[in-house]
Ligand binder design. Structure first.
Ligand SMILES: O=C(O)CC1=CCC(=O)O1
Length: 92
């Protein structure tokens, strides 16, 4: 199943910079592993914001929740999920 996911990242200003840098590096590695596995099929920056819009291709809601809730930056994210269905006019 395909899902559009909007992630807004909000890191508290008083966070330890070294801890946040480590979490960002771990987030990047996890995101790239999921892209190589074909589960995170698009990852786009929202221009002008510390946010992304992504497309995930996973088995269903439970797998998506498992993936999102174990992202290293999950505690600092506001996430919204939109399940996607085929559009009747799409040629793909
Ligand atoms: O920077 C972001 O939008 C948060 C994030 C998701 C995957 C990644 O590497 O960073």
């Amino acid at each position: 199943m395909l899902y559009a996911v909007h992630m807004d990242v909000q890191i508290p200003h008083d966070s330890d910079p070294a801890t946040i840098d480590k979490l960002k590096a771990e987030e990047k590695a996890r995101a790239q592993d999921l892209q190589r596995e074909g589960k995170w099929v698009h990852l786009w920056r929202v221009a002008g914001r510390y946010a992304n819009i992504s497309i995930f291709d996973v088995a269903g809601h439970d797998e998506l929740h498992g993936v999102l809730s174990t992202l290293p930056l999950f505690p600092f994210m506001e996430i919204s999920v939109t399940p996607l269905a085929k559009h009747p006019s799409s040629i793909k």
